[in-house]
Design a protein around this ligand. Sequence first.
Ligand code: NAP
Ligand code: G4F
Length: 321
Amino acid sequence: MKTAIVTGVTGQDGSYLAEFLLTKGYRVVGVVRRSSSERFERIEHLREKITLDEGDLLDQSSLVRLIEKYEPLELYNLAAQSFVPTSWSQPVLTSEFTGVGVARVLEAIRMVNPKVRFYQASSSEMFGKVREVPQKETTPFYPRSPYGVAKVFGHYLTVNYRESYGMHASSGILFNHESPRRGLTFVTRKITDAVARIKLGKLDKLKLGNLDAQRDWGFAGDYVRAMWMMVQRPEADDYVIGTGVMHSVKQFCDRAFARVGLDYRDHVETDPAFLRPAEVEHLCGDITKATTVLGWKPEVDFNGLVDMMVDADVERHSRGN
Ligand code: NAP
Ligand code: G4F
């Protein structure tokens, strides 16, 4: 049986990737970090189907041990401190988790078995203050946050291990992808969660930062499929994954409130507390390479994504959760 190790399995993407790999017949080993209380909500339904074992991107020997113990064919490195604002309040921790952590995983593979195929969760945040529109694999990076800088480090390290050691190491440059499992601090889920509470009379106002920021939003379930497709290629490479369509935070609000028959202008307020020291104003992916080389394309569009998230939050809050 093929074994895949997934770091960050408790996160949004980790949970969808674990589900996807199970459908492909893998034994899935999810890496979890020790905590005083378990927070495995996103993978609760998979607990009996996957193996969970302890490891931390801060701890080199834990990564070596996991690769020795499970002898994986593939390793997907999804773990990171992934919230951009936190990268300003905790820049060193973000650099350690999101940047140097990639070096620890790559070194663990190189030391134990350099034939293990590796996927790195790179980000469109690397494009930051964009140098061209839309952004593709060759667009120069201009990160605008400690998070973006750490991701650039992880990306180039992945490229370097591929070129220096001949490792099958691919970097997926993924644009924003969301789902009902998205963390509540990210803008999409913050909006859909608030829409549900406002509709049910549990909240009146939603405070947001920059409503004009534009993102290329897709569905996480589609994007984990692209990760796997990259790892199956004969040669490792870098791929931009997105939808090629951009919307503003305002447009997201408009659609989300309209889904429950409300007008966002009656409920959304701007609050400078949610503005960032440096903003990434607009991101939009050119997915030509992914569609032509991988044969990948997204299945859920913007409206479908917003509706799915609103409906899930309305359903959850209606149950009292
Ligand atoms: P997420 O929901 O924030 O999940 C992050 C995961 O990383 C969690 O499982 C977390 O574990 C784990 N983690 C954090 N620090 C760790 C450490 N020191 N050791 C081991 N595990 C650690 O993120 P996501 O949205 O699923 O994103 C997955 C990856 O893709 C991340 O690397 C993110 O930066 C990148 N990415 C995301 C997007 C997007 O739009 N979602 C776009 C581009 C790239 P706990 O549960 O213990 O906290
Ligand atoms: O949802 P966000 O926090 O996502 P952001 O910063 O784009 O980062 C996400 O996508 C990256 C891929 O490009 C990932 F690498 C990263 O890990 C993460 O998943 O913010 C999106 C936009 C920003 O421009 C932000 O300024 O929404 C704007 N925004 C406006 N009001 C807000 C808010 N963002 C948040 N989180 N909260 C607000 O109240």
